[in-house]
Write a protein that binds this ligand. Structure first.
Ligand SMILES: NC(=O)c1ccc[n+]([C@@H]2O[C@H](COP(=O)([O-])OP(=O)(O)OC[C@H]3O[C@@H](n4cnc5c(N)ncnc54)[C@H](O)[C@@H]3O)[C@@H](O)[C@H]2O)c1
Ligand SMILES: N[C@H](C(=O)O)[C@H](O)COP(=O)(O)O
Length: 344
């Protein structure tokens, strides 16, 4: 079905290549091929012209690629060819990641971030990377979210991961942490800080001025009045009370097991969950092929498909481009919302 892009962002979107041995290049290529029907705003990729062409070919696509000299050139090129900025490249072996691919992924991410920071790009959409592969070449952050926080000179906690799909939005309070460390990391200050960032961002970028935030408990049955854990009584409920006193539409702590049933999802705009899998399992179950990973709280717009590198199916024509397309669409919509002056 033909989708409409509401308005064009003031600058094109910068896309980082992701790990070239994974599914990202083929999905970027497919998204460009479907740009009109999907209503995707003009974008360019930083590096990887050869990798993109090779990846497209594995899906039977003949991809016209054109080198551009400046981000703004993407506007005139985008209709005819996929614009690529810069010469950095490699010839990937799909499904077999290596250090040269990891270096290209990091270069592309670094450059695209810089362009979004300066406003030369109106948003960044990041292709999935394998964290362990990047760590092997010196990437020190747990993920791209924290990389972006560092690039913007912000504390890691100020860059808030949100997963968004047609069925729901979720935010993990703690992110890439071992489960055993989670209880010790849950504080009222962190809950309040992240809830405030979520509320501001949903107002600014998503047109939700009074977002309803459902906060989960940590323990089974949200602790069952302290019989199954005390974090709800000692930490989570006091944080919710503080946020309510500030006027935020926050409820909870809710038992997490039933919160994502259809009838419950109608009662909130976003769920603030205590740890990674509590937030990501529901969305990847309900919305895997349209799920978007967004970073809230940054001075720039950043989205990414919800899935990873999927090395096991790369280059086989099996991967769905749905989440990549959704990430590109959402980046364009958020960039337009900011350009139209939604309050920070
Ligand atoms: N945005 C990101 O950068 C991001 C997100 C998640 C995971 N990762 C990284 O990706 C690597 C692999 O992680 P994983 O295996 O847990 O997750 P994954 O998302 O790569 O794969 C999970 C499952 O989903 C399938 N899958 C993934 N994308 C798909 C698509 N577009 N269409 C159809 N099926 C798809 C895979 O084949 C696999 O069966 C890890 O190194 C992880 O750190 C990166
Ligand atoms: N936690 C995300 C997920 O599992 O989908 C993913 O690892 C992405 O993290 P970054 O965007 O921080 O790289």
């Amino acid at each position: 079905m033909m989708q409409e892009m509401a308005a064009r962002p003031p600058a094109p979107i910068a896309v980082s290549l992701g790990d070239p041995a994974g599914v990202a290049p083929e999905l970027i290529a497919e998204a460009w091929m479907r740009r009109r029907e999907a209503g995707i705003a003009p974008f360019f990729v930083v590096g990887g012209a050869l990798a993109l062409g090779m990846a497209a070919a594995t899906r039977g696509l003949t991809l016209p690629v054109r080198q551009i000299e400046r981000p703004a050139d993407a506007f005139s090129v985008f209709d005819e060819a996929l614009p690529v900025l810069g010469e950095a490249d490699c010839a990937p072996s799909f499904g077999a990641p290596d250090d040269s691919g990891a270096r290209l992924a990091l270069h592309s991410l670094t450059e695209a971030t810089q362009l979004a920071r300066t406003g030369a790009a109106s948003a960044i959409v990041t292709g999935p990377i394998a964290k362990i592969r990047l760590a092997a070449i010196g990437f020190t952050q747990p993920g791209q979210t924290e990389f972006l926080a560092d690039a913007c000179a912000m504390a890691h906690e100020a860059a808030v991961m949100m997963l968004a799909g047609p069925s729901l939005r979720t935010v993990p309070l703690t992110v890439h942490e071992p489960l055993s460390a989670v209880p010790g990391l849950i504080t009222a200050e962190l809950i309040c800080a992240k809830a405030r960032i979520v509320a501001r961002a949903l107002a600014r970028d998503y047109g939700l001025p009074a977002a309803r935030i459902a906060v989960t408990g940590l323990n089974p049955h949200a602790g069952e009045d302290g019989r199954m854990g005390r974090e709800e009584i000692e930490v989570i409920a006091p944080a919710i009370a503080r946020l309510q006193a500030e006027g935020l539409a926050v409820t909870g702590p809710h038992p997490a097991d039933a919160l994502f049933a259809a009838h419950e999802r109608e009662r909130f705009d976003v769920a603030l969950c205590m740890y990674h899998d509590q937030a990501l399992i529901p969305i990847k179950t309900l919305d895997f092929e349209e799920g978007v990973n967004v970073t809230l709280g940054l001075p720039l717009v950043r989205t990414s498909p919800d899935h990873g590198t999927a090395f096991g199916i790369a280059g086989q024509g099996k991967a769905s481009a749905g989440a990549m397309i959704a990430a590109l669409r959402m980046a364009g919509e958020c960039a337009v919302a900011r350009a139209q002056g939604a309050p920070a």
